[in-house]
Design a protein around this ligand. Structure first.
Ligand SMILES: C[S@@+](CC[C@H](N)C(=O)[O-])C[C@H]1O[C@@H](n2cnc3c(N)ncnc32)[C@H](O)[C@@H]1O
Length: 431
């Protein structure tokens, strides 16, 4: 049977720019590293690239294809706003074309167990989702996360928009599923564990001992006797989660809870001591209290720059740190090709991950470099620094794109620029 391929179309979708691969040139005067080693794990080979990200990504392809574990990007949302540091109002189809070209290269840079996390709001979210389905494949869609980006109400508007989305795709979902990390248990989650029967294994939470009948086998339908002597069958549409044999073993090991009087329906005890290593499965709503707001991120930028510099649309470090925690381990590589004020690099650095950032705007120099220097010198104690006990160290190299090696001749044909031609074909001696 022929499968119909559903694709988003727009004017200019097939007009693809011809990209001339450019070389990255380091400017050591703008690179920076700590004056001394702080720990054995200091990382120095991070890259900050100043320039358009399409050309920069193209130039990264050769060295980094299949090597990036996590891409976290926060492209302009196309809201029609003119922010202080960049414009955010492209014609819809141009925005889609720009994103498509970049996403295609970004995908090639991801490792097999890698993932991409893209912040977006309602303006383009639905279109971006369909575009991502096309570039990454629908089967590699992981989740749409809703981030509570503000806690206050905007009364002047018809609706007060409180959230952004983070779309998550994997290079290969089965590989991502087995490699992704759980979230650590928070104090709030730990407080939900109690120990009403004084179990020596410590506090526990209980979950239902029932499963859906459709998912059970014959051996999960039986009559169970409570410690008080009451006979219980699973209610209609249900079976027991465990087979009779397993249930008897669990009861003997005091892992089934029938309530204080031993007369209630059974529940399975889940011990905190046995779940600490695993952590908890990430959920898809990320609350401001856990991961910060746009406002808290702006305040952090103000602190870093003593209120001398602002940035309109920074992401909070706690938000990016959660992405990096789920998607990567120590020493792995993170890429952000829409760096803004440099949050992704700052967070990756503090978390002991390698990073590459690309930024086109002048704030690469006014914001990102000074911010990263403060991170390296341990002068930025805001954001996630305190929770990680961050003491500085490491460094980064600054690159810009080498000028084009091509020029148009008088007939409008592309050729190598003269200085290159002369070097390649030295003049013959006249004899
Ligand atoms: C929403 S901001 C990112 C903010 C960032 N997440 C932070 O925490 O500061 C988007 C950034 O993408 C940059 N940008 C837009 N188009 C770009 C391009 N073609 N190449 C490189 N950077 C680009 C803009 O200059 C802007 O700084």
């Amino acid at each position: 049977m022929n499968k119909t391929k559903l694709e988003l179309t727009w004017i200019g979708k097939d007009k693809r720019p011809k990209l001339e691969p450019r070389i990255l040139l380091e400017d050591p005067a703008l690179s920076y590293h700590a004056s001394q080693k702080v720990t054995e794990n200091d990382i120095f080979e991070n890259k900050l690239i100043f320039g358009d990200n399409l050309l920069a990504l193209k130039s990264l392809e050769q060295e980094y294809i299949g090597k990036v574990k996590c891409i976290s990007i926060d492209p302009p949302y196309n809201t029609g706003s003119a922010f202080e540091h960049y414009d955010d109002g492209l014609e819809h189809s141009i925005w889609l074309s720009l994103l498509k070209e970049r996403l295609t290269i970004l995908r090639s840079l991801l490792s097999l167990d890698g993932s991409i996390w893209i912040s977006i709001d309602d303006n383009e979210m639905a279109y971006l989702k369909v575009l991502l389905d096309e570039v990454f494949g629908r089967s590699n869609f992981v989740a749409t996360i809703v981030w509570e980006k503000r806690k206050t109400r905007e009364n002047r508007r018809v609706f007060s928009f409180k959230h952004d989305f983070i779309l998550v795709y994997a290079k290969s979902k089965p590989n991502f599923d087995i490699s992704r990390n759980s979230l650590p248990l928070t104090d709030e989650i730990k407080a939900r564990y109690k120990n009403p029967d004084g179990d020596q294994r410590g506090p526990w939470q209980s979950i239902s001992a029932l499963a859906q009948a459709g998912h059970g086998t014959k051996s999960q339908f039986y009559t169970l006797v409570t410690p008080s002597g009451r006979e219980l069958d699973p209610p209609a549409g249900n079976c027991w989660r465990y087979t009779k044999d397993r249930m008897e073993k669990e009861i003997a090991d005091n892992r089934i809870w029938f309530g204080k009087k031993g007369d209630n329906a059974p529940r399975i005890k889940k011990f905190l001591s046995e779940s600490t290593d695993q952590g908890v499965t990430p959920e898809t709503i990320w609350y401001a209290d856990d991961v910060g707001t746009t406002d808290s991120a702006r305040k952090h930028i103000n602190e870093i720059f003593n209120k001398n510099l602002t940035f309109d649309t920074p992401k909070p470090e706690e938000l990016i740190s959660r992405i990096i925690h789920i998607a990567t381990n120590q020493g792995e590589l993170i890429l952000d090709s829409f760096a803004g004020s440099g949050t992704t690099g700052a967070v990756a650095h503090k978390m002991g991950r390698r990073w590459i950032m690309v930024e086109l705007g002048e704030h690469c120099h006014t914001h990102i470099i000074p911010r990263l220097k403060k991170v390296i010198d341990s002068e930025d104690q805001g954001g996630i620094s305190k929770s990680l006990n961050w003491h500085g160290g490491g460094g980064f190299r600054y690159y810009k794109l080498a000028p084009s090696l091509l020029q148009k001749d008088q007939w409008d044909n592309w050729s190598l620029i003269k200085s290159i031609t002369l070097k390649c074909w030295p003049k013959r001696s006249a004899n």
